[in-house]
Design a protein around this ligand. Structure first.
Ligand code: DC
Length: 222
């Protein structure tokens, strides 16, 4: 039997990576993994246990990584993220998590811890994995690689609308500031920075909606 493809979709926040990846995976009949959710899951744990004033005690968090069990479980056809057997789907999207996640994600020990989980899930092929370093570090051997981008203003608007739809109050300028700060931390960190793999296809979807972006990506998949 032909091996199912490994597809890496990286890019900036609020380019629609996760929802687009999810639909592409459904269309191809393969699994989807949102790796940003894993970094957010660790951040939820950190905020619960190691928040001191306004900062996360990173050395303590790293010391306790082995206490963290993160699993995706299928519930009514939807993959939910469980942290030590508790469903944390709603929590991972909270603005507070967005505020701290890049700081957590830039720690080499945390990236290594999650690298093992990500590669384990992808080892049999048949996956669309979205994140920041999938095409460059996690699955450099992926069959297809895409890199999504869009203007900061458009991305801030998308995130703002998403938060509102989920009943979370937000301020557009604040959302944009957070987004740009995360772009900066993610792109400038020394380990696995957010960057386009040399062999990835660049897709700027500032003027494309989700459907059009999906159609464009599918047009590249043979
Ligand atoms: O895609 P997202 O916004 O849910 O990602 C949350 C954070 O996790 C983001 O600031 C960057 C980080 N991240 C990462 O460093 N590497 C990945 N493969 C996925 C996400």
């Amino acid at each position: 039997m032909k091996k199912k493809p490994l597809i890496a979709i990286d890019g900036f926040s609020s380019t629609g990576k996760s929802s687009i990846s999810k639909i592409i995976a459904q269309k191809l009949g393969v699994i989807h993994m949102d790796t940003g959710a894993l970094y957010r899951g660790i951040t939820v744990y950190a905020l619960q246990h190691f928040l001191e004033g306004n900062t996360i005690n990173i050395p303590q968090l790293i010391h306790h990584l082995s206490d963290i069990k993160l699993e995706f479980k299928s519930i009514k056809g939807h993959l939910s993220l469980f942290l030590n057997d508790t469903n944390i789907d709603p929590e991972i999207r909270a603005p507070k998590v967005a505020e701290y996640v890049s700081e957590v994600a830039k720690q080499p020990e945390i990236r290594n811890f999650l690298l093992c989980i990500q590669r384990q899930i992808a080892k049999n092929g048949g996956i669309v994995m979205d994140g920041r370093d999938i095409g460059t570090v996690v699955l450099p051997q992926a069959d297809y690689k895409f890199f999504l981008t869009a203007s900061p203003q458009e991305r801030a608007l998308r995130r703002y609308k998403e938060l509102k739809e989920n009943g979370i109050e937000a301020d557009l300028e604040e959302v944009k500031r957070n987004l740009l700060m995360r772009d900066k931390i993610d792109s400038e960190r020394p380990i696995s920075p957010l960057k386009q793999a040399p062999d990835a296809i660049l897709i700027d979807n500032t003027h494309l909606d989700k459907k059009q972006t999906i159609a464009l990506i599918l047009s590249y998949l043979k």
